[in-house]
Design a protein. Structure first.
Length: 148
């Protein structure tokens, strides 16, 4: 799940987990550590975006956090091997948002995720180009699967 998906309950009145249950039945939801960092940064701001990011951060607490290679990240910020999960602008990109997107693309390329949940059109196109289905907003407040 990316930042836009986790902020959708506030921004688009989507019942995120209910919609995922409807579409997928049983699933394992994961959030990259970089997405959590982005949500925390946005939640520190003011206004509607900060509220949406705060809700998104709370929702992210309900699912497993993974690093860029799909390993579980513990609450202390380390993965199962004891390495620190990347939480900065590593990866050569200009922003945390771009880095978070790059992590989601890497997870898709590695086959670590069966779907990516996003409302971000450029990210959606990058994921679909890697032959991974994308779940995103369809209509007013429902999610749908887009196949590659």
């Amino acid at each position: 799940m990316d930042t836009s998906a986790l902020m959708a309950p506030v921004e688009a009145d989507v019942r995120l987990f209910e919609e995922l249950d409807r579409l997928l039945g049983t699933y394992r939801a994961v959030v990259p550590h970089a997405v959590r960092v982005e949500l925390d940064r946005l939640a520190d701001g003011n206004g509607h975006e900060a509220v949406a990011a705060g809700v998104g951060s709370d929702l992210a607490d309900r699912v497993e956090t993974v690093d860029a290679v799909g390993e579980t990240v513990k609450t202390d910020g380390t993965n199962e091997n004891g390495s620190t999960a990347g939480d900065d602008d590593a990866g050569g990109s200009g922003s945390t948002n771009e880095y978070a997107d790059d992590v989601l693309v890497a997870l898709a390329e590695a086959g670590a995720v069966a779907y990516v949940v996003t409302n971000d059109r450029p990210l959606k196109n990058r994921i679909l180009a890697r032959n991974v289905p994308v779940i995103g907003l369809r209509g007013r407040n429902a999610l749908a699967i887009t196949e590659p």
